[in-house]
Design a protein around this ligand. Structure first.
Ligand code: GLP
Length: 242
């Protein structure tokens, strides 16, 4: 794991955006694994800016997202498909039919099988990850086996509470989600994880310095040969070795 610690979020996002800009310039036909949540928004904004400045194009890019809420259609404002359209896809020259997000509305088991196939057909070059406060990646909650593939999950109550801020009330937060499995995340050639803020400090410590165990899904990243972690000083504050 390569750990990059930044004084400010601005420096962090500038650096990670430059990383993506370089990669997209060198390999325009890339498959990017993308993430939702508040963490990637500033990165997406910087990539939109770079596109507008004609530094990069998404014309030949394929994207594969990590997860989706069960029961939310693609036009529901809190669906992850709507999130991706709003925060990235609608503002760049990407081909919409090359953007993949698991379906939250078809039969969940069918959706999982379809997505497993899709990932096989579109191996991810760089997987972007945020980090749940409880150490989850995608929606792989603590205890998820490391050999899991795309599956349906019952969301941990703390995850629903964490994500309540995007909904009117906790009752509106879906109880289940479909997520890429940990095995599939680990198959990406490269992984970039971003975490900022004090509320991520415990999860960051467990991910980097803790034992590799299913109780901390992100700890498996210690076993991946090509991971870059971007964290700010708050998220890094509990690390023993900096
Ligand atoms: C959700 C997503 C994760 C994300 C996490 C952290 O649960 N499924 O992919 O990493 O939230 O969210 P945030 O970036 O808003 O802190």
């Amino acid at each position: 794991m390569k750990i990059n610690i930044f004084k400010t979020k601005e420096e962090l996002y500038k650096d990670v955006a430059n990383y993506y800009i370089n990669v997209l310039q060198k390999k325009p036909q890339i498959t990017l694994g993308l993430a939702t949540g508040s963490t990637p928004i500033s990165l997406y904004q910087k990539l939109i800016d770079a596109y507008k400045q004609k530094l990069i194009s998404f014309k030949s890019v394929t994207t594969v997202n990590l997860d989706e809420y069960i029961g939310l259609s693609s036009i529901h404002p809190q669906s992850y498909r709507a999130f991706m359209n709003q925060h990235l896809f609608n503002h760049v020259d990407i081909m919409m039919d090359q953007t993949y997000v698991p379906s939250g509305t078809i039969d969940p088991n069918d959706a999982a099988v379809q997505y497993q196939e899709l990932i096989k057909n579109h191996p991810v070059d760089i997987q972007l990850l945020g980090l749940g406060g409880n150490g989850h990646i995608g929606f792989n909650e603590p205890g998820t086996p490391f050999d899991s593939i795309t599956h349906i999950v019952k969301l941990a109550q703390e995850t629903r509470i964490d994500n309540q801020r995007f909904f009117k009330s906790i009752d509106e937060v879906p109880t289940h989600a479909i997520t890429m499995g940990i095995k599939e995340v680990m198959q990406a050639k490269e992984i970039i994880l971003i975490a900022t803020g004090l509320n991520k400090a415990d999860a960051v410590k467990a991910m980097i310095e803790g034992e590799v165990k299913p109780h901390v899904p992100a700890s498996i990243l210690q076993n991946h040969p090509q991971v870059i972690v971007y964290i700010d000083e708050d998220a890094a504050s509990k690390l023993r070795h900096k």
